[in-house]
Design a binder for this molecule. Structure first.
Ligand code: ZN
Length: 277
């Protein structure tokens, strides 16, 4: 995964470039709607800071259609519910800076900020002044939030899991397939996954996304989402019956369903390079 930080200044609009690139995991695009998309802010004011943008490269509200404005508004409760479940945040700052005079960092393409807040977190302005980024957390937060947004839009609470050993060389199969879990209505997908694996897997972390690359909601049920988890696999006696921990190689991949195989390949592709074997 590559980040904007440290790269040469790119040509054109960074938002339009990402929308056209069709690599939503690297671009941190969380959702593609009909007229708008949702992207993670790489330089967040707070964890889980996302932005809603019109697909149209527009610098003024007058240029947006009614459908676009309605969709931007419709996305707010969807994002708010998703972020609350993922991050347990208690409030939000939501806003548009229209024009550079109003503080818009990239004024040529309107973007509406949604910034999660917690009781006792720092005041808003100091957060802006000392923005810190922990890039190793970005793939994890991206995967958690994208899974939750997908669930909100499709009403599908299931997720397929790629469960890796801590050295990223082996993964878990249950009955010859990747494990899947269905979250309860008030439970986040990632927490449901952690509970599903305990106690045979512990010290679990969300390591990335293994669902489809493009963040459109039209993917067929069950195949639209996927998390990569990295975990300590405990004593074999604790494993549910039918569970095997196997190496990631062509022989093993050849014996799996095509959807499991795709999920594994994408999961390994989307692990940040630092973490890859
Ligand atoms: Zn643009």
């Amino acid at each position: 995964m590559r980040y904007i930080a440290g790269q040469a200044k790119e040509e054109g609009c960074i938002f339009c470039n990402r929308l056209q690139r069709n690599d939503d995991v690297s671009s941190l695009i969380l959702h593609r709607g009909r007229h708008c998309f949702v992207i993670m802010n790489l330089f967040p004011y707070n964890t889980g800071h996302v932005m809603i943008l019109p697909n149209l490269h527009a610098d003024d509200l007058d240029q947006l259609s009614a459908e676009t404005l309605h969709e931007m508004a419709d996305l707010l409760p969807i994002i708010s519910r998703s972020l609350k479940r993922v991050l347990n945040c208690q409030g939000f700052n939501i806003g548009l800076n229209v024009g550079s005079v109003a503080g818009a960092g990239i004024a040529e393409h309107l973007h509406q900020h949604v910034v999660p807040r917690w009781l006792g977190d720092a005041n808003f302005m100091p957060i802006i002044a000392s923005t810190t980024v922990m890039p190793e957390l970005i793939p994890s937060t991206y995967a958690k939030v994208r899974a939750e947004l997908h669930r909100e839009v499709t009403h599908d609470s299931s997720v397929r899991l790629v469960v890796l050993t801590r050295d990223d060389t082996r993964f878990a199969l249950i009955g010859g397939t990747l494990p899947t879990v269905v979250a309860d209505s008030d439970q986040s997908i990632w927490k449901a996954a952690f509970e599903h694996l305990y106690p045979w897997a512990t010290e679990i972390e969300v390591a990335g996304w293994s669902g489809p690359t493009l963040a459109t909601a039209s993917s067929s049920a069950g195949d639209g989402t996927g998390l990569v988890l990295r975990a300590q696999i405990n004593h074999p006696d604790l494993l549910p019956s039918g569970t095997t921990i196997v190496e990631y190689n062509d022989d093993v991949l050849g014996g799996l369903s095509s959807s499991d195989r795709s999920a594994l390949r994408r999961g390994f592709d989307h692990l940040s390079p630092r973490m890859r074997p």
